[in-house]
Design a protein around this ligand. Structure first.
Ligand SMILES: [Mn+2]
Length: 320
């Protein structure tokens, strides 16, 4: 953390980047860091390849997020948040990152770190936003209310609203500090957890396609591009659905398969805790945590589904 902090404090022009298909933590930590650094008079540019889920459009500073790259000479430092592989930021920014002399990384995902000049990667944290908050506190940075709001959303969403196994006492302390710094819980929650009819319709499709096996311990479902079109939804509308599968009583592991616009299959996996789904994802070139992981695979829906089902079944059988 000290190396990353030193690198940030030496820079005056900072480019902040996070992963594709950004979630609440990717956006919350990026925007949170932007507000923290702007309060110190630094110039900050934010990049996201998107798409931005609509529940995060209310975040203060969202209008500053851009999918346009700066000139390499315009920035002193890039900070990569909530991921530690340049490819995770998307093809355009991965190429750009490789040309930069200084890249600092803050991330809580598992995996080897082979990139960047300074990296603080620690899977014991529930959220990158939690790490950014602790960095700010240990460096004595002031936390403006806009930063607190963004960071709170990152912590809130990556812990499933303080429900997942990663919800440690430290998480509650960080959340309390952010509330004290100006994050307003109820207004934030109304935005983040607004009822979206198209998502509930999508969930209906997913439940229609649900297949339970292994004595109800494995839940699989899928969604096609046609399903998405029918309800007028996009990929960002699916993030909660795989969570819903995991919480079916008796289910230990769940996976949701979906076609992306390029015809590849995105696999989102969840585990209640006994099976490490990140091992399946990492074996296939993806990534994640023990309880939540994903990978994008070439091939048809049926083939990918069969392959992943076999691996997850093996994971479940290894428990017995
Ligand atoms: Mn995260």
């Amino acid at each position: 953390m000290k190396d990353v902090a030193a690198m940030i404090s030496q820079a005056s022009r900072v480019w902040v980047v996070s992963h594709v298909l950004p979630d609440g933590d990717a956006l919350g930590s990026s925007l949170g860091l932007m507000h923290l650094l702007a309060a110190q008079g630094k110039q900050v540019r934010l990049f996201s390849a998107g798409p931005i889920p609509e529940e995060y459009l209310f975040l203060p500073g969202m209008d500053r997020v851009s999918d346009v790259l700066p000139e390499a000479g315009e920035m002193d430092l890039a900070v990569m948040l909530d991921c530690h592989q340049p490819e995770r930021t998307g093809p355009v920014s991965a190429k750009f990152l490789a040309q930069l002399p200084r890249v600092a990384i803050i991330d809580h995902h598992q995996g080897e770190v082979e990139f960047g000049q300074a990296a603080w990667v620690d899977p014991s944290f529930a959220a990158t936003s939690e790490m950014v908050t602790i960095l700010a506190q240990s460096e004595g940075w002031s936390i403006p209310p806009q930063a607190a709001t963004c960071l709170f959303v990152g912590v809130q969403t990556d812990t499933g609203s303080f429900r997942y196994a990663n919800t440690t006492p430290r998480v509650f302390r960080v959340a309390a500090d952010l509330a004290e710094a100006g994050a307003e819980v109820w207004p934030i929650s109304q935005e983040v957890y607004a009822t979206r009819p198209k998502r509930l319709r999508l969930l209906g499709r997913i439940m229609d396609n649900l297949e339970l096996s292994q004595e109800g311990r494995l839940a699989l479902s899928q969604i096609t591009l046609a399903d998405l079109e029918k309800v007028g939804a996009g990929p960002a509308d699916l993030e909660q659905a795989v969570e819903t599968l995991r919480l079916i009583p008796g289910v230990e592991v769940s996976a949701l398969f979906r076609q992306n616009a390029k015809g590849a299959i995105k696999v989102s996996m969840r585990s209640r805790g006994k099976v490490d789904v990140s091992r399946v994802a990492i074996d296939l070139g993806g990534g994640g945590h023990k309880g939540a992981a994903g990978v994008t695979m070439e091939g048809n829906l049926e083939g990918v589904r069969r392959d992943i089902a076999t691996r997850l079944r093996q994971g479940l059988e290894a428990l017995a």
